[in-house]
Design a protein around this ligand. Structure first.
Ligand SMILES: NC(=O)c1ccc[n+]([C@@H]2O[C@H](COP(=O)([O-])OP(=O)(O)OC[C@H]3O[C@@H](n4cnc5c(N)ncnc54)[C@H](O)[C@@H]3O)[C@@H](O)[C@H]2O)c1
Length: 358
């Protein structure tokens, strides 16, 4: 089984580790391409069994096999041309988040995947199939919350900007023409992959949205820094049954306000609160007893050899092998990306934007 990694930076090291955890393949071959000799050398030092290339095109030149997988782990402005090259080389392609830079690229890439009869996946699936979230999905679908009318999805960090507080060596995160955006494009892919997985909407309406760029004393002045650090939106998720759920969405990688997170689903008979991410494994279910709120507390840890960080690779591998998998590919990958684009569109136009599933 052959994996072709484009990019030898931070995330493709994580993906290489995940590839070596795949069971059931006798021989796993990894090739990696990066034009930066320093990145390539330190990648090869960590994974001496890989074959290195300075040019991705040259790496993909050999005859494709049916189950070859390319992983695009480079900055977002390169995702479209590199994923196109990978798909046109006749290989299934798993691209890092955000999938691409804009709507035009998203739609064009889907056409290229279809024309080449290959799958296009996105790495935004990291937090799917996690036991605590699966339990929340079970509760949501069981009807025990009554008529579900609202979700609060709020993650506010005071200082957590990639390119400044995290990974300061990767300044491209701060430049919209390279990163596609700020916190919307950095964490939004995970948030909307989760929300779309849980709610299965036929359409998503961004009723209103805003973005802001809070400033700090350590903001870099020597590089382009034009991405937002804080976003808010009110969204309506319309389901096939005709039912709709409002989602109050907020994300900050920089705010001078209080840091906190709240992910809570509210229905007419109860509410459930949890973190789909790293903060806690607690699932709190609230309901009424004799006019009082009662809370049922459950802790559901995620154990085992395969962790969150391994999910994108393992799910896509399962999908390519025709196995049951929560991997997000093709139309769904593009729909998830377009939700993010729609937030920007609504914030810029100050008008509602409706995105329908084709
Ligand atoms: N760092 C993280 O924790 C993290 C987590 C999840 C997702 N991601 C996503 O992964 C992607 C890459 O992020 P990163 O943190 O690994 O960046 P990085 O800056 O650490 O590495 C990017 C690498 O891509 C290489 N590159 C650029 N153009 C190339 C090309 N044409 N061909 C081959 N290589 C090329 C660069 O030389 C660099 O080594 C981004 O889309 C990011 O949003 C990163």
């Amino acid at each position: 089984m052959r994996f072709y990694l484009i990019g030898a930076g931070v995330i493709n090291r994580t993906h290489a580790e995940a590839i070596y955890k795949i069971e059931g393949e006798e021989v796993i071959e990894i090739k990696v391409a990066d034009p930066n000799p320093a990145a390539l050398a330190s990648f090869a030092e960590r994974f001496p069994q890989v074959t290195t290339f300075t040019d991705a095109k040259e790496m993909l030149n050999e005859e494709p096999r049916e189950d070859d997988i390319v992983i695009v782990g480079t900055p977002p402005f390169t995702h479209f041309p590199l994923s196109r090259m990978a798909l046109e080389s006749g290989r299934h392609t798993l691209c890092e988040k955000p999938l691409v830079m804009n709507r035009e690229e998203a739609e064009a890439l889907l056409e290229i995947a279809k024309a080449n009869n290959r799958m296009l996946g996105c790495c935004s699936v990291r937090f799917l199939q996690v036991p605590k979230t699966d339990e929340v999905k079970r509760i949501l679908n069981s009807g025990e919350l009554g008529d579900v009318y609202k979700i609060s999805f709020v993650f506010r960090g005071q200082r957590g900007r990639p390119g400044i507080e995290h990974q300061p060596e990767s300044r491209w995160f701060l430049d919209k023409s390279k990163a596609a955006g700020g916190i919307v494009m950095d964490w939004g892919p995970y948030d909307f992959t989760l929300l779309n997985d849980m709610l299965q909407p036929v359409s998503v309406e961004v009723a209103s949205a805003w973005t802001a760029k809070p400033e700090t004393d350590i903001d870099p002045k020597d590089v382009v820094y034009d991405i937002e650090g804080h976003v808010g939106a009110m969204l309506k998720f319309q389901q096939a049954s005709g039912k709709s759920v409002w989602v109050q969405y907020e994300r900050a990688s920089c705010t001078h306000g209080e840091p906190y997170y709240t992910v809570e689903i509210e229905g007419t008979n109860g509410a459930v609160k949890w973190s789909p991410y790293f903060e806690t494994d607690q699932v709190l279910v609230k309901s009424d007893k004799n006019g009082e709120v009662i809370t049922n507390e459950n802790t559901i840890p995620y154990e085992g050899q395969i962790g969150y960080m391994d999910h994108p690779i393992h799910f896509f591998y399962q999908k390519v092998k025709g196995q049951q998998s929560p991997a997000v590919v093709n139309e769904q990958a593009v729909f998830n990306f377009l939700c993010l684009q729609s937030i920007y569109d609504a914030a810029a136009s100050q008008q509602a934007v409706v995105l329908r599933r084709k």
